[in-house]
Structure formats: structure tokens, C-alpha cells
Design a protein around this ligand. Sequence first.
Ligand SMILES: Cc1ncc(C[n+]2csc(CCOP(=O)(O)OP(=O)(O)O)c2C)c(N)n1
Length: 404
Amino acid sequence: MDVSSTTDTHPTPVTTSTSADPDTLVQLLDPQGRRLDHPRYAGWAAHLDDDAVRGLYRDMVLTRRFDAEATSLQRQGELGLWPPSLGQEAAQVGSGRALAAQDFVFPSYREHGVALTRGLDVRALLRVFRGIEHGGWDPKAHNFHLYSFVIGSHALHATGYAMGVQRDGDVGTGEPDRDRAVVVYVGDGATSQGDVHEAMVFAAVTNAPVVFVCQNNQWAISVPTAGQARVPLSRRGDGVGIPSVRVDGNDVLATYAVTAEALDRARSGGGPTFIEAYTYRMGAHTTSDDPTRYRTREEEESWRQRDPIDRVRAYLGRAGRADAEFFAAVEAEAEELGRSTREYCRALTASPATAMFESVYAARHPLVEEERAAFEAYQASFAEPTRDDELHAPVSDARAAVAL
Ligand SMILES: Cc1ncc(C[n+]2csc(CCOP(=O)(O)OP(=O)(O)O)c2C)c(N)n1
């Protein structure tokens, strides 16, 4: 990476005129499943034919089925914790499918649908929630970083990574397989974190190729969006000069279109975008949460009417864009994913605790080796005495005395 070019990257200041109207939701598919026109974004989804929309539907159904299985696995004690993605499938699948293979994703901790679109075996997501690994997958294999549990921290990582992409010269070359963008997923609550604000300031002033996808699912655990902002979150970008757009996050076509446009701008050197995907977390925040303590049934019901999967099903069912055989096949595939997820989870065994020392640096490092040795010695201090140890232990050894 050529860091010497840092000072050459000051962009021409942007004005908010590059933003879509930040208060209006972009929509291309209404809750009844009717396709809508949009002067700016319809063109970005125009190539999505029936086959492509069937693919988006499949991704969303698989995501929901996987998520339901993981939720029940947690309830049955097989996972320590699970953050359900129920209701956010369109925001995730739409934005995820807009990415090119060479783009890089920094997810938060509930981007299960995005993981699926990246071709990751989603079952691997369970490894960290079962507490057997710190990560669970190789971020480089699918350009999908490990989950971040520290709210907003990864927005800084994403912007830094995007600045690296820029300095590597992989922006604005016009070569479709070379130019790349970075996407970071944050929640509505995360927008209140300093890390996210700092990341956005850096992204704006360096014109970094990063797209901020904020899934506004209305709640940051029990704190509503009104506790995070007095204006639509999409206006967060305006203050730092990042074009911003507010999209119906339960509309997979609209989410696809606005993300595709933002990625195209980022890859071609046009800099960052902030996307507010307006959606709803239909489940609990995590399996440790009880949303009945802070939200109403009426609110939940009103969002159930806007279910992201139902509207695509309505669209496909109308005019025979998909037949009963298609829906049955997707259902069967989802059931099989649920079954194999359970099987996979229950067969997981922990890696040695020392495995965490393997991925600190690319090459071995003396300090890390020292820490590994200390950790191994510490762990060995808990070893159960073997029968042989007990037989040869001195009589004064309290442990041996208890064992005998
Ligand atoms: C830096 C930091 N502060 C607090 C927490 C505890 N915490 C976990 S999730 C959460 C709320 C996040 O809400 P939001 O950003 O809207 O994301 P969502 O879970 O709704 O997708 C908080 C405060 C944390 N993980 N990290």
C-alpha cells in the first residue's frame, strides 16, 4: 500500500445535492407486492428479471429458516446466545446481492442474510455463538469479515480498509473486476457511537470507497430510534458531506438498487454513501432479551403487515412469475438447511484454546509465543490428576488426600 499518496486524496467537497431526498423512503415494491417506478433508482433494479427475483426470494427464505433454527438451538441450550435477523431479510439480502465478489464486508453481529449472499456456509456463524471459537470463518475466503460485537467499532475498520483500497489504486480505474468498495453494516443505535461518527468523518474527507448500511430496525435493545436521533438517521451523512439515502428496508428490490448505486459510486471514485434501511427487528434483540417489556403488540402487528418475504411472494405469485413447484422447492431447501444446521451445531467441538494465538500476526511473533507458553502453563495448572499422579503423590498433597 502506498501511504505517501495520503495527502493527494483530498476530495472536492460534496454538497447535499448528491443526496436523494433524505426523508423519503425509496420503494420499488410495495407491501402488496406491486412493482413501483422511481425516477432515480428504478434503473438500478431494472435488470432484475423474474429469475433474479426468485433468487432473492430464495435467499430470504433460507435466511429466515436458518435464523429460526439457530434461535431454537439457543433455546435448547446448544448456543450461548443468538441475535435473530427475523424481519431484516430484505435489507440484508438486497444489499448483499448488490455487492461484487471483490467488495469487502464488515458486518455487525446479525448479518446472517448478508453472509448467505457472500456464499459463506452460514452454519459456520454458529461457531462463535456456541463459544468454541473467537471468529468462526476465514474473512478472506468470502471477503466477509468476522462479526463485530463492540458496537460501531468496525465502522472504523471499514473506513480504514477502504482508505487502503484507495491507496492500492483499486478505485476509479474503470476495470470492472478491479475497482472495489467496502460495506459496513451498523444499527440505528450504533449511529450514536463516536466510532461511527469518526469513521464517517474520515470517509468523507478522504473520499474513501465505503458504503455505510444502517439497518434502522427501530430499537437499540430497548431504546427506540427516537432515543438516538431527532431527525431521520439518513441525515447523519449530510453533516459530514456524505450523500445519504433512506430506503424501505423491507423492500428487497429498493435495497438492492440503492446499494448498487452507492457501490458503483464508491468503486468509481465518487466516495462514501450513507444508507438508512428502514426496517424492523421482528424478533428479540437477542435471545437474552424480552421485547414485551418495552414494545407493543400493535407495533409488532403493524410491521408484520410489511413482512419483507410476503411482498416478494405476492409479486412472484401474481401473473405466474413463480409456480407452486418453485415455492415448494424453496421450502424443501429451507427445511434441509434447518435440519443440517442442527446436525452441524450439535457435532461442533471446541478448538484448542491456544488456537487464538495462531491468528494474531501473519507470522510467529516472540511476544505472542511467550504469551502462548504462559497460557499453556496456566491451563496445565487445572489438569485433573491422573491415577498415576495420585498413586505417586506425596501424602501431604491435599489434592491427593481428597482424591483418596
Ligand atoms: C461499545 C458497545 N457499547 C454497548 C454495547 C452493548 N450493546 C449490545 S447491542 C446494543 C444495541 C445495539 O443497537 P443497534 O446498533 O441499533 O443494533 P441492533 O442490535 O438493533 O441491530 C448495545 C448497546 C456493545 N456491544 N458495545
